[in-house]
Write a protein of this length. Structure first.
Length: 137
């Protein structure tokens, strides 16, 4: 009796497997699309952003002086370099070893980051400090 039940269960599983249809979206021609599907650039977020109108722009840094750039972190340095300038003579060079000599705390080995201080840049829109510009960035 148990042998008959095992055969019936096996037959049901095989029938269910054979009757399954492929998963996927069928094209108008009745077949599955080629995989991987090609991304349509006009449907992307990058395309939408490239179509936005620019109302105003301001140069935050020309990278010719350290100006408002500062280095933060336990390791490394931030300097001007003449190696790979985009426009002009200089570019910023952030150098940092992958590890310090000892761990800087319990979480990680430390960090090295470059920050551009932009306070006062938005003064034409009514922002003279970060506190008056909250929610406008």
């Amino acid at each position: 009796m148990t042998n008959l039940i095992n055969h019936l269960i096996s037959a049901i599983i095989i029938a269910a497997f054979i009757s399954c249809k492929p998963v996927g979206t069928v094209t108008e021609s009745g077949s599955l699309p080629d995989m991987p599907m090609k991304a349509v650039y006009e449907h992307s977020l990058a395309y939408a952003w490239s179509q936005k109108k620019v109302h105003e722009s301001k140069l935050l840094s020309d990278m010719e002086t350290m100006g408002y750039w500062e280095h933060k972190g336990e390791f490394g340095s931030l300097t001007l370099s003449g190696e790979h300038p985009y426009k002009g003579k200089y570019s910023l060079l952030l150098e940092s070893p992958t590890k310090g000599e000892q761990a800087a705390g319990e979480i990680s080995w430390g960090f090295s980051s470059a920050f551009l201080i932009v306070l006062g840049v938005y003064s034409s829109s009514g922002c003279s400090s970060l506190s008056t510009c909250e929610g406008r960035f």
